[in-house]
Design a protein around this ligand. Structure first.
Ligand code: NGO
Length: 518
């Protein structure tokens, strides 16, 4: 099917979805896929997954073997089947074929083709990442019970005949988890990675330090975790990742094509570090651990060389734990740093990050410094800062607090969260376009999008899930799908069908009244 006929198909589908055009036949409904694929067509046949199925790999590179295993493990709990994954054999009926073709660059490094008929499932991509995303799409075409953690009874594992060509709009599609205000352990972070990757996000930004806690072991500065990691908001015991644990998180993420971005927030938001090493502040007086939720009261001393020697140590150790290209230096709300000191500070930290082979990301305030060519600015609140960043040639990550902050309450009745940026219902989180939201910030300036979850009020995995779902799938779609094909009235029909998936995954989601959950 050519692109134009696919487009016609998509439009027909849209029109049907809006008007439920019965025409004597079955009611048409959109494929329940989030994010929406670029091109999709369906046929009348279907594929049935049987105990005889195999997963066949076009090559047995480590990356492909790992994808084969990943898919087998994904399907095992609910189906009770352990599908073997190995090289291509002549026994091809009923197989799931995963193949990479390095020479086909048309869908880019993350794109894929998913071709399902009554004979086989075929996922084809230029790179393993594309296969991973094809698997996520296949997963959403299976019955919701596929997400169950134990064998589901009475389920026929059938998927419809489809042909999908798909690739992302933005290269950077992320979420941020604040593990500083409340600490979340390795298992919880791994689950979070699994959940965002299911919606084709490829970045997890970990907010590893703040006034209330320091969460990553730095061997050359042990008090950071001994002292700075010992509490959290509300006075709980806090916690931190050893470097081995952190490496385990990074590996888990890499297996799901997620890059971890570590953030050390500075020069403000640094009370936990300052209590650990009081000379980090210009006034070497007694500082105490902080368990409240005010912001903007702490600062590193921007004038002292010892501050930068400390940052050298932290960045050096962090860089060795970070296969991804970025280190986030925070830079937000440094209300007690003199403006000139703030600019000096950001100017001195950028080369340190570069020295260890990494690129800087900082919150939008850093636009006031002299930005290095590779520095990326994360818009969260201040439009002039972001416009300034663009004028200085920086790329921007869009995290508008009024749309993408997952810690904002849905409405005045939400038991968790904050509301300083407003209430964000599920349609508000979906109804925005990064490329037109902010004057002077256009598509070419934007690296991608990120939805942060700050955790002043978030204490458990259930709390995380309640604030993140169902908003995150919509933001994931903003990052992945073609803007022209996005429409809330149509999206909410697809989202409605994910309610049963969330349930099967054990995700404690907010059942917004704006969606007619199935
Ligand atoms: C702000 C602040 C954070 C808060 C968050 C709460 C940024 C970039 N700095 O966002 O410290 O936790 O709001 O919504």
């Amino acid at each position: 099917m050519g692109i134009s006929s696919v487009n016609r198909f998509c439009c027909a589908l849209l029109a049907c979805a809006a008007t439920s055009c019965l025409g004597g036949k079955e009611e048409a409904s959109p494929l329940p896929l989030i994010p929406k694929p670029l091109e999709a067509s369906t046929g009348k046949a279907s594929f049935r997954l049987t105990p005889k199925a195999t997963i066949q790999l076009s090559d047995t590179s480590a990356a492909m073997k790992q994808l084969g295993q990943y898919l087998s493990q994904l399907l095992a709990p609910a189906t009770g089947l352990t599908l073997p994954a190995g090289p291509i054999t002549t026994d091809s009926a009923g197989r799931i074929l995963l193949s990479v073709n390095e020479t086909d660059t048309s869908l880019g490094g993350e794109g894929y083709i998913l071709d399902i008929n009554d004979y086989q499932v075929h996922i084809l991509a230029q790179k393993p990442a594309g296969i991973f995303y094809g698997i996520q799409t296949l997963r959403q075409l299976l019955p919701a019970a596929i997400e169950a953690s134990s064998v589901a009874t009475h389920t026929d594992w059938i998927v419809p005949e489809v042909q999908i060509r798909d690739k992302p709009e933005y290269a950077f599609r992320g979420s941020m988890l604040d593990v500083a205000r409340h600490f979340f352990g390795v298992a919880e972070v791994k689950r979070y990675i699994d959940l965002i990757a299911a919606y084709k996000m490829n970045i997890l930004h970990l907010h590893l330090s703040d006034d209330q806690g320091w969460r990553i072991e730095i061997k050359s500065r042990p008090k950071l975790t001994e002292v700075g990691g010992s509490t959290q908001v509300g006075g709980g015991k806090g916690g931190f990742y050893t470097q081995d644990e952190y490496a385990e998180i990074v590996r888990h993420a890499a297996d799901r094509f997620v890059t971890i971005i570590p953030e050390i927030d500075m020069p403000g938001h640094t009370n936990a570090a300052i209590v650990s090493y009081p000379w980090l502040n210009c006034r070497d007086t007694v500082h105490t651990l902080y368990t409240g939720i005010e912001v903007g009261f702490s600062t590193f001393c921007a004038k002292n060389d010892s501050t930068y020697a400390f940052i050298q140590d932290v960045v050096r150790e962090l860089a060795t734990l970070t296969p991804g290209p970025w280190i986030h230096i925070g830079g937000d709300e440094s209300h007690v740093t003199l403006p000139a000191d703030y600019i000096d500070f950001v100017n001195r930290v950028q080369p340190i990050v570069k020295q260890y082979g990494k690129k800087v990301i900082g919150w939008d305030e850093i636009a006031n410094a002299d930005l290095h060519p590779n520095t990326t600015v994360q818009f969260w609140a201040d439009v002039p800062n972001t416009q300034l960043a663009v004028k200085k040639g920086a790329q921007v990550i869009m995290s508008p607090s009024k749309k993408a902050y997952l810690d904002m309450q849905y409405d005045s009745t939400t038991r968790l969260g904050l509301n300083w940026a407003g209430y964000i219902e599920v349609d508000d989180a979906y109804n925005w376009d990064p490329a037109t939201l902010t004057e002077g910030v256009t598509r070419k300036d934007i690296l991608g999008i990120e939805a942060p979850l700050w955790t002043e009020t978030i204490q458990t995995m259930d709390d995380i899930e309640y604030m993140v779902f169902p908003r995150l799938p919509g933001i994931a779609e903003i990052g992945w799908a073609d803007t022209k094909g996005r429409d809330w009235a149509e999206y909410k029909l697809r989202l409605a069908k994910h309610g049963s998936r969330f349930k099967a995954m054990g995700v404690d989601y907010y059942p917004s009244a704006r969606v007619d959950w199935k």
